[in-house]
Design a protein around this ligand. Sequence first.
Ligand SMILES: [Zn+2]
Length: 298
Amino acid sequence: MSRLAWSTVGAALALSLILALADAGPGKIRLLLIVSGIYVALLIAGSLSPSLDFYLFSARRSPVDQPWIALTFDDGPDPAITPALLDLLRREHIPAAFFCVGAAARQYPALVAQAAADGHLIGNHSDRHGYGWTIAASSQIFAEFAAANQTLAHILGDAPRFVRTPAGVSRPDLAEIFAQLQLTNVAWDVRGLELLYRDPARIAARIARTARNGSIILLHETYYGTRIIEPQQALAIAQRTIAQLRARGFRFVRLDQLLKQPDYAMTPMNADWLPEPGAAMLKARVNESATTRYTGRT
Ligand SMILES: [Zn+2]
């Protein structure tokens, strides 16, 4: 639903409120309460669900008409999982995206640097991964994402170009803040919901079942500041998810490739400037048979 459509809904609801207030009998007051409740529920849903694009546009999926998908990992780096995850992605020749928490990146800069050196994309996932910033002043919100940008730029040499808010929450001024920081907001099309399903086999099967061409898959390295998923569990989820998606014929493309040049993301012409192992992956894949094993729906 577009922002214009949302504005229209909001204006219609506001008008109903004014009309209800103009002549408030008992029936009208009930109506007023109902309409107000719906409006507040809409505002809350808009804040919590990136798929509504309520306050802020977020990239959730590429319109690519090929079985290409991007893996993304949130909430790292964490020495308990990041090195093992990087090993797995190196073995599998998969370029992924890591949305890093600024404070964790300051604590473990070498892990961020290693992920970037391996050819993965590094994104901004706020500085402290708190939720208080959702009701804080605009200047504090700006500082939150600017601080993570600064940390990552210090490690990588360049500021990240992509951002994902904690849990995908949004607020009205984020679009302006991200524009100032030159960050593109990215959500997801399919997520692991690791805390809900727990079992790696079940999570991987569900992801593989719901993934479509161009999907952006959200998994977690950890849940920042907690141990509510164990590193071994997070690694098993990643392993099984990769295997299941491959079995359905999907191919892994780095997030920025999937979003920016979907039509060319897997062609040899990009191999020259993609970092390893992305370039190696492309060279290997373009030599594969033209007939794909892909059997999924679009
Ligand atoms: Zn997060």
